[in-house]
Each structure stands twice: as structure tokens, then as C-alpha cells.
Design a protein around this ligand. Structure first.
Ligand code: ADP
Ligand code: GLC
Length: 483
């Protein structure tokens, strides 16, 4: 099949979280299965063109995109890959030339987000037209790319390569819906009825790109079966769209993400001071000692690590009140993350209060994240909600048993040590007490080295590759044929 993916993130070119990893891995897996996959993302100003061997597409001339009275000059760049998906980066200096995917530094969301997303959507569709390439499916990822499906649903496409194209929206996080004020609507050149109740984009008097994407895509899915159930059953997790998702009935489903087992493999990971595997695990101790030293932490107890965006979703507020008692129990604690200033401050304060025991690295650093997954003993992921979660999959793969809340994809991927095949620790209530009790069970298990290493070995053996999910997406695309 011919598949056009539209996305704001694509690892390693542009990544703010799991979205970038997921889209790159899915596109790679589909292409390896023989499909023709093209990916369109913006050429952000901080993408290193030399390092990624990017060059302007020779076959595609510069072009103009007209929308809402604006004319924007664009050009496509291409990542130099002889195999795998064809990655096209949309260049427009005014909207994409600055650094940042959604925002930058203190700006969490750029003021011109809507024009940026409109250009991404239209540019992606334009690529298919210019290449005279007729995709069977346009697969859009999250609210940031949803407009491509909306455009396809609303604009006339007879006589173009997109005439028979179907659309799929994957929701990676329902908490980010891309809300905009209604006065921005004329800039979209979409039918006015969309913006007024009961129009598909209307949401409490404003605009909601996720809602429009959900209602106007042929199929909608999210990234785990449990999260798919939760967002339709629980109004809070549905973030105002539970009913809208329920209304899509069978057209909405959950497909569990995989992880790229080649890109995330402790046996070959070049960022680690030593490599190791399930069969030859000795290198993990080397990684651990090196990480403790790198972070200025003392030997003596188990190292609990966390890697992730510092956002309410990730539940780090459940960890903070536990810090003194965890340190008292012998834990060392290491957090890598950036995000909400209040959480950053609290983590800096915890590190200052417990020198040698608590470390906080307030930056986005992929190589360091890999040393965290490898060097830690246990991995903390107390998320309040989690559409899928890739961090816990990386922790499992690096032999670092995760301690997680039973929610979304965490519930679908981690099995509690008390159950057959257990590979981590799972708790239910979103309270420090429940999280603390799970950590108490974890440190008890860690004190029995034989028990701990069999837990870690089971996690390393868990197969969360892309074969099964890629086949599920194939089936989803096929279900659209002739419909
Ligand atoms: P989410 O997409 O909600 O952020 P996931 O668990 O799916 O959560 O994916 C998070 C991804 O982002 C993982 O690859 C994780 O290693 C990475 N990541 C998050 N924060 C950082 C950071 N500060 N430095 C490096 N990598 C990070
Ligand atoms: C989102 C979710 C995360 C998921 C990722 C990739 O960022 O928060 O749970 O793993 O997308 O699908």
C-alpha cells in the first residue's frame, strides 16, 4: 500500500517525547513490510541539516501554498536514506525556521500554532499532488497533524492523486487537543459550518483540531487498548471528547505501540559505557557504577530512575512527598526531565536537600536517557494517565524493572511481580501511599538478588517489537479499501 504519514515529530530529527519514536518506528516497520511510506514533517530551525544529511529535493520545485489570504513559499528537503520511508521536510522560514516543535524556552506554545499546523497539513497533501503519488491512506498523528485529514474531508479532490485516499487519525495523547480561538478560523479556508455548533471543529465556542480529526477521519485509534477503553468510559480521561469518541463506535480502536528493538538495544547501544544482554548481563553493573559517578550519587542502595516530561500526566507529584522516606530506606534517586517550572524547582530542592542521594538533570538529553535506562536498578513511572508509554518499554528492555501505575498502556505492558511472568511492580491508586507501597515491595525484592535478576531477565525477554502492531495498522488500512 501507499501510506502518507503526517506528523510534528519524527525521531531522531525532531522529538519531544514518544510520538517521535513511535512514528519513526511504525513508518520503518511498514516500509520493511513492503509498503511505500512517505512521511512529512516541518523542517524546524533546530534540525541539524548536516548531521542528518538533509538536502533540498531535486525532483520537487519550490512551490507556493495559498490559504486564508496568505501565500507561503515552501520547499521540500529530503533525508538521505536509500532504504526505509521517504522522509520529506517542509521548509518555510517564516513559520518553521525558528527552533522548537510546539514552542521554545519559556514559550510552551507558539502564538502562530494554527497557521503552522495548517501549513504542515496542506504541504503534506501538496507533496502527494506534486509527486503525482496516490496514497491509499493519509495517516495523521495527533492533533498537530489532524488538519490534513480535515482538509481531505472538506476540500474537493476529484481529479487529483488524492481522489480515493482514506484517512486514519492516531491519538497519542487526548490531553493535547490543539484549541484555538474562533477568530482564527477564516485563516483555514474551511467551510464555515465546521466552526459553529454542531460543526465538527466547534468546541465550547472555540476551535478544537482533535475533535475535528476524530469526526472527519475514516478511522481513529489510540495507542493502547486500555487507554482506548478509558477515554470512552471516563469523562476526565476523555478530556471533553469521551462522547465524541463513543459516537465513532467501531471506527475507534486501540493498538498497542511497539518499540524499536534495534534502536533500543543494550547489546549495541553506543551511548553506554558497556554493552550487555540477557545472556551476558555483566555490563549492566558497569553502566550502573558509571551513572552513579556521573550524577554524583553514592553507592549503597538501589537506584530508582525517572525519565520523562515534567508534566502533570507523569505523576511525579506522587514521588516528591516520598523522597525523604525513600532516601531513608536506602534508595538513590535520579530524575531526567524538563517541563513545568514548579516541578523543576521541587526536584532541584530535593537534590539539594539530599546530596549524594538524589540527582536531577534538567535537560533533554537522549544519550543520558539511555545511560539512565541502563544504569538504574528500577524505573519509576507513576503516571496519572498514559496513552501507551515507551519509557517503561525501554526500561524493561534495559533490564530495569519498572514501577508503574495501572493505567493506559502501562497496564497493558507491565506485569506485577506477584503475578506469573511478573516483570515489574504495579499499583492502582494515584496516591503517594500506593506508590510508596509498590516501591516498598520493589526494594524488598531488590534485596534478594536472585529474585531481582529473574524479574529483570523476564522484562528483557518481553517482546514488544513492531511486528504485531504494524500488522494491526495494516489491517486497519485494509479495512478502508473499497469503503
Ligand atoms: P511521552 O510521549 O508521553 O512523553 P513516552 O514514554 O511515550 O512518553 O516517551 C517519552 C520519550 O521521550 C522516551 O523516548 C524518553 O526516553 C524520552 N524523553 C523524555 N524526556 C526526556 C529527556 N529529558 N531527555 C531525553 N529523553 C527524554
Ligand atoms: C504520547 C503519550 C505516550 C505514548 C506516545 C507515543 O506522547 O503520552 O503515552 O507512548 O505518545 O504513542
Amino acid at each position: 500500500m501507499k501510506i502518507l504519514m503526517v506528523t510534528a515529530e519524527y525521531a531522531p530529527l525532531a522529538k519531544a517525547g514518544g510520538l517521535g519514536d513511535m512514528v519513526a518506528a511504525l513508518a520503518g516497520a511498514l516500509s520493511a513490510r513492503g509498503h511505500e511510506v512517505k512521511v512529512v514533517l516541518p523542517l524546524y530551525g533546530d534540525i541539524d541539516r548536516e548531521r542528518h544529511a538533509l538536502a533540498p529535493c531535486p525532483g520537487l520545485p519550490a512551490f507556493a501554498v495559498r490559504r486564508g489570504g496568505a501565500v507561503r513559499r515552501c520547499r521540500f528537503w529530503r533525508a538521505d536514506g536509500a532504504t526505509g520511508p521517504d522522509v520529506l521536510l517542509l521548509e518555510n522560514d517564516e513559520l518553521f525556521g525558528r527552533p522548537g516543535i510546539y514552542g521554545y524556552a519559556e514559550v510552551s506554545e507558539f502564538a502562530d500554532t494554527l497557521p503552522r499546523l495548517a501549513l504542515l497539513a496542506q504541504g503534506a497533501l501538496e507533496a502527494a499532488v506534486m509527486l503525482d503519488w496516490a496514497p491509499d491512506v493519509v495517516h495523521v498523528h495527533d492533533a498537530a497533524a489532524a488538519l490534513a485529514a480535515v482538509d481531505l474531508a472538506c476540500w474537493s479532490r476529484a481529479g487529483t492523486p488524492l481522489a480515493a485516499t482514506r484517512t486514519v487519525l492516531t491519538i497519542h495523547n487526548l490531553a493535547h487537543q490543539s484549541h484555538h480561538p474562533r477568530w482564527e478560523f477564516p485563516g483555514l479556508d474551511l467551510p464555515t459550518r465546521l466552526a459553529w455548533h454542531p460543526g465538527e471543529m466547534e468546541f465550547h465556542g472555540g476551535l478544537n483540531l482533535m475533535k475535528a480529526g476524530i469526526l472527519l477521519s475514516d478511522r481513529v485509534n489510540t495507542v493502547s487498548p486500555t487507554y482506548a477503553r478509558e477515554v470512552t468510559a471516563d469523562e476526565e480521561l476523555g478530556c471533553g471528547l469521551a462522547g465524541v469518541l463513543r459516537d465513532r463506535g467501531e471506527a475507534f480502536s486501540g493498538i498497542l505501540n511497539g518499540m524499536d528493538r534495534e534502536a533500543w538495544d543494550p547489546a549495541t547501544d553506543r551511548c553506554l559505557p558497556a554493552n550487555y544482554s540477557q545472556r551476558a548481563p555483566a555490563g549492566k553493573a558497569v553502566c550502573r557504577t558509571a551513572l552513579l559517578r556521573e550524577l554524583g550519587l553514592e553507592e549503597g542502595g538501589p537506584l530508582l530512575a525517572s525519565v520523562g516530561r515534567l508534566a502533570g500526566q507523569k505523576g511525579l507529584d506522587l514521588l516528591l512527598p516520598l523522597v525523604p522516606s525513600l532516601v531513608g530506606d536506602g534508595w538513590r534517586l535520579a530524575v531526567l526531565g524538563t517541563g513545568e517550572p514548579a516541578l523543576e524547582q521541587a526536584l532541584h530542592a530535593a537534590a539539594a536537600a539530599h546530596p549524594g542521594r538524589v540527582a536531577f538533570a534538567a535537560r533533554f538529553d537522549e544519550a543520558l536517557s539511555r545511560r539512565f535506562y541502563a544504569g538504574a536498578d528500577a524505573f519509576a513511572m507513576p503516571s496519572r494517565f498514559e496513552p501507551c508509554g515507551l519509557a517503561q518499554l525501554y526500561a524493561l528492555r534495559y533490564g530495569t524493572p519498572p514501577v508503574v501505575r495501572r493505567t493506559g498502556g502501562l497496564a497493558d505492558t507491565v506485569t506485577d511481580a506477584a503475578e506469573p511472568g511478573g516483570d515489574g511492580f504495579v499499583f492502582d491508586e494515584a496516591t503517594p501511599e500506593a506508590f510508596g507501597a509498590a516501591l516498598g515491595r520493589a526494594i524488598e525484592a531488590w534485596r534478594e538478588p536472585g529474585r531481582w535478576s529473574s524479574l529483570a531477565r523476564r522484562g528483557m525477554a518481553a517482546d514488544y517489537g513492531w511486528d504485531v502492531p504494524a500488522a494491526a495498522y495494516e489491517e486497519l488500512y485494509r479495512s478502508l479499501e473499497g469503503s
